[in-house]
Design a protein around this ligand. Structure first.
Ligand code: SAM
Length: 345
């Protein structure tokens, strides 16, 4: 399969220009979930009752979907889940997708988002397979609090070892994503500042979105960008770094030059106007927005025996339906039809 990657991409690309939605946004960023299973039950994400709901597909099917998407202009591929490191074949998947070439002939950037629990042993092989970037989710830097969040004993030690192994393997900079919930782990802000400096990682705070399995989200639970900056700045002065308008994170360094943090603020400062993302769920459905009410069944096109061209035509059509923006916090907001863990964050 790997041998024909370039040729088939060129064929798909020849038929039309790169993927663009009806608002003129170029779609260059694909997140693909390779399993619906997760070994953590983070309180703000899972209700603790449901396990996997949706099917996992053969890895070759995810490879074909990625290849066709890259042929349409995808430049960055993020492998996610569920928990992607639970999936057998993930290292081979990194190896195969990192051989894909963008429309301009550059290697596709292959990144991965993980809870880090199994990362210690897998960091080296992932890097060797061609992984360019890794993001580890971690919502406390205190072992006891971390177990209360993940509902898994000794999780903190495991994830910390995973982060260190990723740095050692040369997956630098390791990004550590933290979702803050008011009254639950917002006491961790300053500690995460120290953690970024001491561990040499980029900590990125993400505003909590209404994407959970339960009904935890209210506007008041969201710790906003403004509040995080104020708190961190009082702890240690920050300086904002210039960032591209298309970047989702606002970036800051500590004024003494040691350590970087970022803040992703989809709730208080939405960036939908620059959204370049599309997602494929573990069961092969396209989602055009985290907050979509519907899935688009790309895998059914494959099951029917559809060609790469038919898949490409289907994808183009779906991308035209990409929502202009989300409506978090507005009257009449409807929660999306899937929670984050079943979409792929
Ligand atoms: N298991 C992997 C991990 O832990 O990174 C990948 C899947 S997980 C669903 C992806 C990311 O979504 C994690 O960083 C998690 O913190 C984030 N997430 C889950 N629910 C969220 C929510 N309601 N709002 C914001 N981020 C959320």
């Amino acid at each position: 399969m790997a041998v024909s990657i370039q040729t088939e991409n060129q064929n798909v690309a020849e038929t039309a220009a790169r993927l663009t939605d009806k608002f003129g946004r170029a779609i260059t960023d694909l997140r693909i979930s390779i399993t619906d299973r997760c070994n953590y039950k983070c309180v703000y994400c899972r209700d603790g009752e449901d396990g996997a709901i949706y099917a996992d597909l053969p890895m070759d099917d995810y490879l074909r979907m990625a290849r066709v998407m890259v042929g349409l202009g995808i430049e960055k591929l993020r492998i996610t889940g569920g928990e992607p490191l639970l999936r057998k074949g993930v290292i081979e998947y990194v190896e195969q997708t990192s051989k894909l070439r963008t429309l301009s002939g550059k290697p596709v950037e292959v990144a991965l988002t993980t809870n880090g629990h199994l990362l210690e042993k897998m960091a080296e092989p992932l890097k060797a397979a061609g992984l360019t970037r890794i993001t580890v989710s971690m919502d406390a830097v205190n072992a006891e609090k971390f177990t209360r969040i993940t509902r898994v004993p000794n999780a903190y030690e495991k994830v910390l070892a995973g982060i260190r192994a990723a740095r050692k393997a040369g997956l630098d900079p390791v990004k550590v994503n933290c979702v803050l919930l008011r009254g639950f782990n917002d006491d961790q802000i300053e500690a995460f500042g120290s953690f970024a400096r001491e561990e040499g990682v980029v900590v990125r705070f993400i505003e909590f979105m209404p994407l959970e399995e339960g009904r935890v989200w209210t506007k008041d639970t969201v710790v906003t960008l403004r509040e995080i900056v104020e708190r961190m700045n009082a702890f240690l002065p920050l300086r904002e770094i210039e960032h591209a308008r298309s970047e989702t994170a606002r970036r800051y360094v500590f004024a003494d030059g040691i350590g970087e943090i970022g803040i992703i603020a989809p709730v208080s400062q939405p960036f939908c106007g620059h959204c370049s993302r599309i997602r494929i769920t573990s069961d092969g459905k396209i989602r055009t927005c985290l907050f979509s009410q519907i899935d688009h069944d790309l895998h059914s096109v494959m099951r029917r025996g559809g060609s790469d061209h038919e898949m490409a035509a289907y994808i183009r059509n779906v991308v035209m339906k990409k929502e202009e923006r989300h409506h978090i916090g507005e009257p009449g907001f409807q929660k999306p039809s899937r929670s984050m863990v079943h979409i792929g964050g």
